[in-house]
Design a protein around this ligand. Structure first.
Ligand code: HBI
Length: 112
């Protein structure tokens, strides 16, 4: 099986069903443990913690780079020493493989 982090997001403009909870839970199992599936099954989120503000911002800039490269964009909330990243595929009102690919690419950044 190809690693999620090696896959590339495909353009999504709707017209396909979001992943079922079962499919989403299976894919979540391929991500680092801090990613959580929302109760409504429509998004995944993770909190990342850092020692200082500049490290938090460096991480957010790297996430923005991934989002731009993949043309798939998270919601980000951050403060001095944390960033909360949420992925959902707006075009279909739920989760697609794109969300998991970007999450896996962020995991790879953290591992690198
Ligand atoms: N990002 N999170 C998210 N959800 C989308 O549906 C989305 C996106 N970025 C770009 C985008 N859709 C589309 O404009 C392209 O996939 C074509």
């Amino acid at each position: 099986m190809t690693e999620l982090s090696e896959k590339t997001c495909k353009p999504c403009e709707g017209g396909v069903d979001p992943l079922s909870r079962e499919e989403a839970e299976k894919m979540r199992g391929q991500l680092a443990g801090n990613w959580q599936l929302a109760d409504d099954g429509k998004s995944i989120s993770a909190e990342f913690r850092f020692k200082e503000f500049y490290r938090t911002m460096a991480f957010i800039n790297a996430v923005a780079w991934v989002a731009n490269q993949q043309d798939h964009h998270p919601d980000i909330a951050f403060g001095y020493n944390y960033a909360n990243i949420t992925f959902s595929t707006h075009a279909i009102g739920g989760l697609s493989e794109n969300d998991f690919i970007c999450a896996a690419r962020i995991d790879a950044l953290m591992a690198g």
